[in-house]
Design a protein around this ligand. Structure first.
Ligand SMILES: Cc1cc2nc3c(=O)[nH]c(=O)nc-3n(C[C@H](O)[C@H](O)[C@H](O)COP(=O)(O)OP(=O)(O)OC[C@H]3O[C@@H](n4cnc5c(N)ncnc54)[C@H](O)[C@@H]3O)c2cc1C
Ligand SMILES: NC(=O)c1ccc[n+]([C@@H]2O[C@H](COP(=O)([O-])OP(=O)(O)OC[C@H]3O[C@@H](n4cnc5c(N)ncnc54)[C@H](O)[C@@H]3O)[C@@H](O)[C@H]2O)c1
Length: 446
């Protein structure tokens, strides 16, 4: 049977675009996007978030330097901050579509629905593909409670024309912590409601508690072991937030940050024989779904790997090389660093602290309070902490946790050492800029 396309990619985010560009010029490819070209990350995720974070963190750095010769009364002008964000985000959808156009990749701005394993309804058009790659990402989960229509999401937060005075976040994960930090730094009164006693699960508890303490000192009110049970609009347009405890709260806005669910509602997966569970589309170690000709990648799949932009890209390029018969190997993930941008940042990579503590015969764990080291003293980051995990037999670095200003940079450098399996004596011959984050690297390696 002749198909319209060799491969159709559903979703024009980091994963789908990586697939399409890797297949381009080798296959006849179509990409379909039902909302904004570029997907979550550049339109309502990582990129706009970090533009806001960069500015509020500059204000915070000013405060850190207040006893170091910097006189500052910096304040955040929210409308101008939003305008700054829009200087980047406004151009993303058109710029992304223009990039596809100039690369000669066919693309349709419509939502796709399966009709069968090879056929999609895209708007009013029917298109067929030999292979199909699902890269439809994820969307915020809205807790199912009375008044849930009053919840806003991270997408709304990142476009707020005016910063509300009193803001609540439900959830204690990446989104809640990062946005709560931006909101409190920008001058809002901020409440975080977490249904259990653990923030940022997946990161070591000691570090998450330190971070919570730092954020509480900035003014964030943490309500742990608190479940929000109902929301109600007040006559003045505020939101009354009822909880399972004694307290209730009247806020100007409340945001659901209770995780993200896979974008599969519109796909009609059953018509194509593709199976999914709560965490996402089921795939094998080649990222093939339960239908033989259909693959799935990125945030939409059920997986152990973190749901992050670079991971979607890796999976997109991997599936492309599978489709081009360039590889028959199962997907392999290099160590994946992740960071919570919360002023300071909490970052980790590789073997986790829990894994290391469970196998003391295998790993050496070193916790270092580095606040008095030159780098962190200069930055006035007295709380900085670095934990390294080394393999006892080889002496190689295999994991790290960093809670510090610029943790993203240090964790990137440590990731490089872990990935390249760089031994300590090789670092000694390496000449980084001094003084810099990289010039500390040797001190983390024994
Ligand atoms: C607030 C926030 C901050 C984040 N910060 C970071 C960060 O700092 N670093 C990081 O690495 N990650 C971050 N992430 C996660 C990151 O955004 C995602 O991991 C990444 O965007 C996933 O890429 P994807 O291509 O798999 O999915 P997406 O980017 O979600 O793209 C999927 C696309 O598919 C489209 N689509 C869905 N259904 C259909 C359909 N039926 N037909 C056609 N198109 C469809 C969607 O409209 C969307 O554009 C953040 C996420 C959020 C929400
Ligand atoms: N810096 C980054 O890399 C970054 C930033 C933002 C988002 N992300 C990605 O986006 C994903 C989603 O982030 P997220 O913060 O929405 O999810 P998350 O999974 O990180 O955290 C969800 C939080 O909500 C809580 N929760 C779950 N169900 C709840 C309920 N019914 N009521 C109240 N609380 C509930 C959980 O205990 C958890 O604390 C992340 O896991 C990550 O993959 C990454």
């Amino acid at each position: 049977m002749a198909f319209d396309y060799d491969t159709i990619v559903i979703g024009g985010g980091p994963g789908g675009l990586a697939t399409a560009y890797a297949l381009n010029n080798k296959q006849h490819v179509l990409v379909v996007e039902g909302n904004l070209w570029g997907g979550t990350c550049p339109n309502f995720g990582c990129d706009p978030k970090k533009m806001l974070y960069g500015v509020v963190e500059a204000k915070r750095q000013g405060l850190r330097y207040r006893d170091s010769g910097l006189k500052t009364t910096a304040q955040i002008d929210w409308p101008k901050l939003m305008a700054f964000k829009k200087t980047y985000t406004d151009k993303v959808p058109t710029g992304t579509a223009a990039g596809l156009e100039s690369a000669g990749i066919d693309h349709l701005s419509e939502t796709a629905h399966f009709m069968d394993a090879h056929t999609l309804l895209v708007g009013t058009k029917t298109v067929t593909g030999n292979k199909i790659v699902i890269a439809t990402g994820a969307t915020p989960t809205i807790p199912d409670i009375t008044g849930s229509e009053l919840y806003q999401t991270s997408t709304d937060f990142l476009s707020l024309p005016k910063l509300p005075n009193k803001i609540g976040f439900v959830g204690g994960g990446y989104v809640a912590i990062e946005l709560a930090n931006i909101a409190v730094e920008a001058g809002a009164e901020v409440y975080v409601f977490q249904h259990n006693d653990r923030l940022l699960r997946g990161f070591p508890e000691n570090e998450t508690q330190r971070l919570r303490h730092i954020l509480a000192e900035k003014g964030i009110h943490f309500h742990m072991n608190t479940t929000v049970t109902a929301l109600q609009q007040t006559e003045t347009g505020q939101v009354r937030v009822a909880t399972d405890g004694d307290a209730s709260f009247t806020l100007d806005a409340i945001f659901a940050a209770a995780g993200r669910r896979p974008n599969i509602d519109q796909l009609d997966l059953s018509k194509a024989g593709v199976k999914a569970e709560k965490g996402g589309i089921l795939v094998d170690e080649h990222l093939k779904t339960t239908a033989d000709n259909i693959y799935a990648i990125g945030d939409v799949i059920a997986k152990q790997a973190p749901k992050l932009t670079p991971v979607s890209g890796i999976e997109g390029r991997y599936v492309a090389s599978t489709l081009l018969a360039e590889t028959v190997e199962p997907i392999h993930y290099a160590p994946i660093p992740h960071t919570v941008f919360a002023g300071p940042e909490l970052a980790q990579v590789g073997v986790t602290l829990t894994q290391a503590e469970q196998s003391p015969e295998r790993y050496t764990v070193r916790h270092q309070a580095v606040g008095n080291w030159y780098t962190y003293h200069r930055l006035q980051d007295q709380d900085a902490q670095v934990t390294t995990i080394q393999d006892k037999q080889s002496g190689l670095l295999v994991g790290a946790v960093v809670l510090a200003i610029n943790a993203e940079e240090l964790i990137n450098d440590l990731t490089q050492l872990i990935t390249a399996k760089t031994p300590a004596d090789e670092i000694k011959n390496w000449v980084p800029i001094y003084p810099s984050v990289a010039s500390d690297l040797g001190y983390f390696y024994y």
